[in-house]
Design a protein around this ligand. Sequence first.
Ligand SMILES: NC(=O)c1ccc[n+]([C@@H]2O[C@H](COP(=O)([O-])OP(=O)(O)OC[C@H]3O[C@@H](n4cnc5c(N)ncnc54)[C@H](OP(=O)(O)O)[C@@H]3O)[C@@H](O)[C@H]2O)c1
Length: 229
Amino acid sequence: MKAIICTKYGSPEVLVLREIDTPVPKDDEVLIKIRATSVTASDCLIRGLNAPFLFKFVVQLMMGFGKPRNPILGMTSSGIVERIGKNVTRYGVGDPVFAYGAISPTKLRFGSYAEYISLPEDWNIARKPDCLSFEQAAALPYGGLLAWHFIKKANIQSGQQVLIYGASGSIGTMALQMAKNAGATVTAVCSGNNFKMVESLGADKVIDYTRDCAATKLEAYDLVLDAVG
Ligand SMILES: NC(=O)c1ccc[n+]([C@@H]2O[C@H](COP(=O)([O-])OP(=O)(O)OC[C@H]3O[C@@H](n4cnc5c(N)ncnc54)[C@H](OP(=O)(O)O)[C@@H]3O)[C@@H](O)[C@H]2O)c1
């Protein structure tokens, strides 16, 4: 199969197209023929490794020293199930699915910058709803799962005031919609260029963090969700 290989840590030029072996699904795994993936903030952070010493050390401890141990980046995918292991019961060949290659900080599998990925059937895989394109489905899990975790934990009540810091990002856009859905009044913090987009997702108020007066616009909030990192 064709895959984008990360040859070492560095600028985007370290990514090269190569022909490699197609993964073979284990007994509990599904092999997905990938139709879409997304380039996430984490992919860029890992590939670039442009960070303070301690962070660099921890990332390399997890991912490999000098270059990623698994040279194919990418954690989100959508596509069609091409093959299944002999113990797989939840999915069949031909099912449209979308997936996130991690279920915990230690149980994760990069590899979606490729034509195929094999994942255990009980990880974060779900059937793709017909109303979503493959591109939309591949963009959902990265920010969506994180946003869902925190929004659920916050147990937002109708009428509460919520501030989302980083509202135009992958986590922020999802959290914003979930908070609106729960009945909150949402203030979105992002750059002015993204005001229209966050307003189209339901933001009631917007604050541009690039303006000197940004802090003076803050009010009291029941929940502040920091999605900048
Ligand atoms: N651990 C995990 O599983 C996990 C999962 C997802 C994300 N993350 C981490 O969470 C963070 C956010 O992820 P993301 O995917 O949502 O990122 P993203 O899509 O790049 O969005 C970043 C957001 O931060 C805003 N922003 C950028 N610079 C800022 C600054 N100096 N001050 C205030 N706001 C600023 C951006 O606003 P504008 O674009 O409008 O300027 C945007 O709303 C990243 O650090 C990422 O690595 C972790």
